[in-house]
Design a protein around this ligand. Sequence first.
Ligand SMILES: Nc1ncnc2c1ncn2[C@@H]1O[C@H](COP(=O)(O)OP(=O)(O)OP(=O)(O)O)[C@@H](O)[C@H]1O
Ligand SMILES: O=C(O)c1ccc[n+]([C@@H]2O[C@H](COP(=O)([O-])O)[C@@H](O)[C@H]2O)c1
Length: 218
Amino acid sequence: MRIGILGGTFDPVHYGHLRPAAEVLQQLQLDQLWLMPNNIPPHKQQASASAAQRLKMLQLAMRPFPQFSINAVELERATLSYSVTTLQHLRQKHPNDMFYFIMGTDSLVSLTSWQRWHELFNLCHLVVCYRDGWQLQTDNPLYSEWLQRHISPAQHLAQLHLGLGHDSGDIIMVDVAPQPYSSTALRKAVATEDWQLCREAVPTEVLDYILAQQLYRN
Ligand SMILES: Nc1ncnc2c1ncn2[C@@H]1O[C@H](COP(=O)(O)OP(=O)(O)OP(=O)(O)O)[C@@H](O)[C@H]1O
Ligand SMILES: O=C(O)c1ccc[n+]([C@@H]2O[C@H](COP(=O)([O-])O)[C@@H](O)[C@H]2O)c1
């Protein structure tokens, strides 16, 4: 199987996660899409909502997306959620599957600060979705790697069909409809009662849950 993984803190989940993931699933003709909440984000402060609350919000959000499921492997690990550790584990557990790790351009531009980042190219393909305000600059240490590895979804699929593709190592650049939302802006929007932004960016069931649990009020 070919499996897309969107890792994140999801504090809270929003359409900037869900819609690009759905587009990637379709454009790359993937079999499954896993949402993978982290436990201890390596490069961020600890989440404001608990792991159980972030998981519940994901469960509510994914209902309209039948090919989405949640992989909670990082929540079961008490250490920092390094992606390389997770992908090594997943490759061992699913030796016949191919993994596509999905991220926004904000994550791509800081990839060289990730733990053993170069090993990711032996474990999965990276799928990069456009995110407003972020672009890989020529002076980024990743730039030369990107030049060698980047490919469009159509080229990637054509190579697979011809039997010329690889199990891992491509950087697949996917054009997705821009989603100008972030969890940071949404936490602020809840605190300032900007319900218009909340309703636009978060599924109704998730917003109801945020309000019922009194999350992000300060
Ligand atoms: N609006 C968006 N468009 C495209 N990709 C996104 C968007 N929001 C988040 N992502 C991607 O989803 C993944 C998980 O993101 P995360 O859960 O950290 O959300 P976030 O909105 O970036 O959170 P925060 O504002 O707290 O930093 C990351 O790879 C990130 O690049
Ligand atoms: O492995 C790392 O060093 C690493 C550094 C930063 C982020 N990540 C992963 O990238 C995904 C998005 O992270 P974030 O911080 O934007 O929620 C999530 O799965 C993180 O665990 C991983």
